[in-house]
Design a protein around this ligand. Structure first.
Ligand SMILES: [Zn+2]
Length: 273
């Protein structure tokens, strides 16, 4: 591949979500939402969970992996029109179905893996299944993972994806200030990913508008806009509360999913360490 082809390949690679910092924060926070009888499954495993929370982002040379991290709602006609049924979704989009993103169904599959791990009674498997489930749940809380304009490429805002999900948290996020409510059993858990999809998508227009507004402070240089401290301060002021809400929401949803999986597995006690 020549250099231009390389650069092009880099430009079209789907982007990572939350960065390592966000994914780590989300799994740790989700553990705090669990009742003691579930939390005890994770005793001694928190470091392992944090270390593996970004694993799926490292599997991207498997071509089937990238679409597992997002779903673009536009080809379906909006977030209210994405079928819950896989066969129906496939019929709607035909050959482009998989490339358009499959994260809601991946969350269902990873949740079933977690139920199986609880039933099997293997701590390490439970921890790993939780890290993977948590990754995809967290990705779906990133607004730009729900739209075809995922990197602002259609609105002249290229790079906004990583500015929001990595640039902001790496600069400003204070993990010890995050909070999430106690987990609850959710009988409709398998339908939730579609609710999260719609809620995340609703945040896209404001996110893009705030990026444009913050960019009024960024002078145009030879290699594009030069974003300085003013840009980051303004973007954080406007989007920080949204980002924190999405991050705390991810932890809350993960906590609910873990508790619900444990109940579905028959409320097993963990094996002795
Ligand atoms: Zn991801």
């Amino acid at each position: 591949m020549d250099l231009r082809a390389c650069l092009f390949a880099l430009a079209v690679l789907p982007l990572l979500a939350w960065g390592a910092k966000g994914h780590r924060a989300i799994v740790s926070l989700s553990l705090t939402t669990l009742p003691p009888e579930v939390r005890t499954w994770y005793r001694g495993e928190e470091g392992f969970l944090r270390d593996h929370a970004s694993d799926p982002d490292h599997w991207r040379n498997d071509r089937k992996e990238p679409p597992r991290h997002y779903l673009d709602v536009e080809p379906y006609g909006g977030p209210g029109h994405v079928p819950h049924d896989l066969a129906q979704a496939r019929a709607m989009l035909g050959g482009g179905f998989y490339r358009n993103g499959v994260v809601p169904w991946v969350i269902q599959d990873r949740w079933r893996d977690l139920v199986a791990a609880f039933k099997e009674g293997d701590r390490q498997r439970v921890a790993y299944a939780t890290a993977l489930l948590g990754h995809y749940v967290a990705d779906l809380q990133v607004p730009l993972h729900t739209t075809a304009n995922h990197d602002g490429q259609e609105t002249g805002q290229r790079g906004v994806h990583s500015r929001w999900e990595t640039g902001l948290p790496e600069r400003f996020l204070q993990e010890d200030t995050l909070k999430a409510p106690a987990a609850a059993v959710d009988p409709h858990l398998m339908d939730r990913p579609w609710d999260w999809l719609a809620a995340s998508y609703a945040l896209v227009p404001r996110l893009l508008a705030d990026d444009r507004a913050a960019d009024r402070t960024s002078p145009q240089g030879a290699r594009g806009r030069q974003r300085g401290p003013a840009y980051w301060m303004i973007f954080w002021q406007d989007q920080g509360p949204v980002l924190i809400r999405q991050l705390e929401g991810a932890a809350q949803h993960l906590g609910d999913a873990v508790l619900t999986a444990w109940v579905a597995a028959g409320r097993p006690a963990p094996p002795p360490i």
